[in-house]
Structures are given as structure tokens and as C-alpha cells.
Design a protein around this ligand. Structure first.
Ligand code: NAD
Length: 471
């Protein structure tokens, strides 16, 4: 059995399944589901050897019910219009679930970043940005890209620089893209945000006694056996936060292969090993798997696919042994896999809100850019002075000294990263509980993905209905 839907078709199928559990009329549902604008472009770029390559690229704005649109830019040879549309649609629903006031968008450039020099990548990224500017497909109030598969802070810095140079004097130009380096208007905590959000989201589910007992698992993250696919931005940070919380990372998979060690792998050591040897394989103390996807089928409590879409499908789903699957990547499961897991009672925590940490912190970054002030700058010292006064008062009244370590913790006024982590934790916990409450309130909803879509549809439809744009 293999995937029979396009990626966008799979998103539409999930949408339709959930729409049946809502009260909205057909027209509103059709408007929510459709992609509002699709920009397909081709542009020439001269490569280092003097040849000219015609680059295929996209930007899709799935929904304008709130603006700006928001979503990452992907560099991959797999990029196509269907994929970008699907990812843009997921962004609409994701933003709605985590209460981020943006419409969904996504961009993609069909290249293999590993096959281009840094200079070529810079030329491609800058040219793509200028194409977006020409068609008004980028800007702090219209459409705000971010990193995704194959892109990072470096590319975002090129984008903001190109945008600002084409829009001289635009006060809020830094808000045209998020995921920037700190020096270019980025926010502390953005780099690890998606992985941290994945951790907060799964941890919240693991803390629900009713959910865990149905799966035959104890509550909490500590001691749980975790497998992660993809050691990039999202996968590395997800794995790292689980390890730091006392979970055991028993296997890791990359595109060149996968490794396991049931006593646990040290994520940082594996990362350094891969950096040094250019491969995850042959890590001391670990066993190599024959295929890179073999690790997905090993025994574990939590499986986190954090690489690409459609990696778990009708073919391999029946062999998956995990009890919880946390979709850190976008669309890693096909609808066929969803059906297999629903039948087997495996809990799938859907991408739609689980990997929303990136967009949540992107929202914080955008707010920082519009306010032109670093988080914590105004209140940090004030809070520390207040806390100092309270401790002095307590010590004076009781005649006892507060322990030095405890004192330091209480005194500490919030830095930018503290506020970002706290805002992200609050957002993820709220989102998980909204989705679970929706599911518990209607037990005929078959799975958590459908419950998440129901929550998203209700929010977007309410927003459209309140706008009154359907004459
Ligand atoms: P990345 O480029 O940093 O990392 C992806 C990793 O996956 C790379 O290390 C790559 O080598 C590996 N990989 C590729 N093919 C593989 C395979 N077949 N098996 C195992 N590993 C493979 O990308 P990322 O930003 O971490 O994004 C990963 C996923 O998370 C994507 O689906 C993306 O859409 C999603 N996502 C990313 C963010 C973000 O903030 N970066 C936010 C939300 C969702």
C-alpha cells in the first residue's frame, strides 16, 4: 500500500474529515480550504562556473483571513506547487490553533542547497526576495517568511537585507522575515523554538493520566524511550530537550543511515560525530541500521519524525512499534498511516500544532521588530530591584538569611530568552489542552489530528464570519 494522495490532497482529506464535525456552511468551509494566492516564478541565476540556471520557486498565501501571512521558505529538490500549497494550508490551521494572528503562507525554491556554493545560494535567495518584493508577496504587513527545511538564519539575513535595500526608510523592514540572526533583529530562543515546542507539546500529553493509561504508559517524560528522525534544526533540539528532561534517546535517523543504542545515545556527541565524519553511522557504542528508515520501526515509547513528509505511510506504518508519534516535521504521516495508527490505538500528536513553536516565537520576533525594543529591556532591572527589596524585607523580619542559590533564582529579572520560553510554554500547553478538550467533548472524533482541524476550522470560520465578508 502506498500514498494515493498528493500532499495538498492529504491536507484536504483531513480537513473534510474534520469539517463534518463542525456546523459551518459549505461556502465558508470551501473558502477556508482553498489557497488564496499562488505565485509560481522562474528566474535566471549565473552560477560560479558562468552557466545560467533557471530556478523554479514558489510563494503561496493560503489564507488572508488574518494578515500578514506567515510561513517558512524551503530549499529542496522535492519542492513543487502541491507541496508548498499543502504547507501553506497547514500554516493557516497551525496559527489558528496556537492563537497567532497570522494567515498561512509558505515558500519553496527547487534546489539542493548542498550542491550550491554559499555565493550561489546568496544570489538565489536575494533574487527570490526581489521577485517577492516586485509582486508584493513579502513585507511586515503582508507576508513574512521564516526558515524551513534547508534554510536558516543566514538565508533570513540575506532576505531582510535585500528587502530593506529595496524599501529604503521603511521603519518596520526588519519585520519582513523572522528567524533572523540576533544582530539582524532576531529574537533569542527562535533557533530552538520548534524543537522546544515539540518537547512542551509532547510533555503536556505525557502528563495527562487518562491518555497515558489508555496507551499503557506511565505519566511524565522521564525514562521514556524516544526515537528521532532528522538531526537538523527541529530534530536536534527536540532530541536534546527530551534528553535534558530525563528521556532516553534510543535511536536517531539521518538520510545517510540510522543508529541505535538501547542504553541511550548522547545527542550532542552524535551531532559532533556527524559533523566530524559527515555521517551519523559508526557512532561509538551504537549499532548501525541497514536502511535509514529502519530506526523508525524499532521498539520505543515516543517516535518523533523531524525530517520530511510522507516518511511513514501505508507500507511501514504496520511495523511501527511506538505508542506515541509526535509529528515534528510537516506531514510525515500519510492518511493511510493515520488509519493504521487509529486502528492500533497509537496516539498521533499532529504537526499542525506540535511544531508550532517556530511560528509562535516568530510571532514574538515580529512583535519585537515592530516595537523596536528587546524583550525584558524595560522591566528586567526594575523586577530585580523589587525582588531584592522583598528578600531584604523577609530577611529583616525573620532574622534569617535566604539561601544564596535560592536568592539568585528569585532575584533574577527576566531576560529575553526567559520571556520567549515562557510565552512558548504557555502557548503550547494552551493549544494541547484546547485540542484535547475538543476531542474529549466529542468522542466520535476519531483522532487528535481531526480534533486539531476542528479547533482550527472553528477559529478561522469564526474569524471569517465575524468579518462578514460573505455578502
Ligand atoms: P533542517 O534542514 O534543519 O533538518 C532536516 C534534517 O533532516 C537534515 O539534517 C536532513 O539531513 C535530515 N533528513 C533529510 N532526509 C532524511 C531522511 N530521509 N531520513 C532522515 N533524515 C533526513 O530542517 P528543519 O528546519 O529541522 O525542518 C524539518 C521539518 O520540520 C520539516 O518538515 C519542516 O517543514 C518542519 N518544520 C520546521 C520548522 C523550523 O522552525 N525550522 C518549523 C515547523 C516545522
Amino acid at each position: 500500500m502506498s500514498a494515493t494522495y498528493s500532499f495538498f490532497g492529504a491536507v484536504e482529506k483531513s480537513f473534510d474529515k474534520a469539517a463534518a464535525f463542525t456546523k459551518w456552511e459549505k461556502g465558508i468551509l470551501e473558502q477556508i480550504r482553498a489557497c488564496n494566492s499562488v505565485y509560481q516564478m522562474r528566474f535566471p541565476v549565473k552560477m560560479d562556473d558562468g552557466t545560467i540556471e533557471v530556478i523554479e520557486a514558489y510563494r503561496v498565501q493560503h489564507s488572508h483571513h488574518k494578515t500578514p501571512c506567515k510561513g517558512g521558505i524551503r530549499f529542496s529538490t522535492e519542492v513543487n506547487q502541491d507541496e508548498v500549497m499543502a504547507l501553506a494550508a497547514l500554516m493557516t490551521y497551525k496559527c489558528a490553533i496556537v492563537n497567532v494572528p497570522f494567515g498561512g503562507g509558505k515558500g519553496g525554491i527547487k534546489i539542493d542547497p548542498r550542491k550550491h556554493s554559499v555565493y550561489e545560494l546568496e544570489k538565489i535567495t536575494r533574487r527570490y526576495t526581489s521577485e517577492l518584493v516586485k509582486k508584493n508577496f513579502i513585507g511586515p504587513g503582508t507576508d513574512v517568511p521564516a526558515p524551513d527545511y534547508g534554510t536558516g538564519e543566514r538565508e533570513m539575513a540575506w532576505i531582510v537585507d535585500t528587502y530593506a535595500s529595496l524599501k529604503p526608510g521603511e521603519l518596520d523592514a526588519a519585520g519582513c522575515v523572522t528567524g533572523k540572526p540576533i544582530t539582524q533583529g532576531g529574537v533569542r530562543g527562535r533557533r530552538e523554538a520548534t524543537g522546544l515546542g515539540v518537547f512542551y507539546g509532547i510533555r503536556e500529553v505525557c502528563n495527562m493520566p487518562d491518555v497515558m493509561s489508555k496507551l499503557g504508559l506511565g505519566t511524565g517524560v522521564e525514562g521514556k524511550r524516544v526515537i528521532v528522525q532528522g538531526l537538523g534544526n527541529v530534530g536536534y533540539h527536540s532530541a536534546k530537550f527530551f534528553q535534558d528532561a530525563g528521556a532516553k534517546i534510543v535511536a536517531l535517523a539521518e538520510y545517510e543511515g540510522s543508529i541505535y543504542n538501547y542504553d541511550g545515545l548522547d545527542v550532542d556527541a552524535v551531532f559532533q560525530h556527524r559533523k566530524a565524519t559527515k555521517s551519523i553511522l559508526n557512532f561509538p557504542g551504537a549499532t548501525n541500521c541497514v536502511k535509514n528508515t529502519d530506526a523508525l520501526e524499532l521498539d520505543c515509547d515516543i517516535l518523533i519524525p523531524a525530517a520530511l513528509e510522507n516518511v511513514i505511510n501505508g507500507d511501514n506504518a504496520p511495523r511501527i512499534k511506538a505508542k506515541v508519534i509526535g509529528e515534528a516535521a510537516n506531514g510525515p504521516l500519510t492518511p493511510e498511516a493515520d488509519e493504521v495508527f487509529a486502528q492500533k490505538g497509537i496516539l498521533v500528536i499532529p504537526d499542525m500544532f506540535l511544531n508550532a513553536g517556530g511560528v509562535t516565537v516568530s510571532y514574538f520576533e515580529w512583535l519585537k521588530n515592530l516595537s523596536h525594543v528587546r524583550y525584558g529591556r524595560l522591566e528586567k532591572r526594575f523586577t530585580e530591584n523589587q525582588n531584592n527589596a522583598i528578600i531584604a524585607q523577609i530577611e529583616g523580619t525573620t532574622g534569617k538569611k535566604v539561601d544564596q542559590k535560592v536568592k539568585q533564582d528569585i532575584l533574577h529579572g527576566p531576560d529575553e530568552v526567559d520571556l520567549v520560553y515562557s510565552g512558548l510554554e504557555e502557548t503550547m500547553i494552551t493549544a494541547v489542552n484546547e485540542v484535547m478538550d475538543c476531542w474529549r467533548a466529542n468522542p466520535s472524533i476519531p483522532d487528535m489530528r481531526t480534533a486539531a482541524y476542528v479547533v482550527a476550522i472553528n477559529k478561522v470560520a469564526t474569524s471569517y464570519a465575524e468579518l462578514g465578508i460573505f455578502p
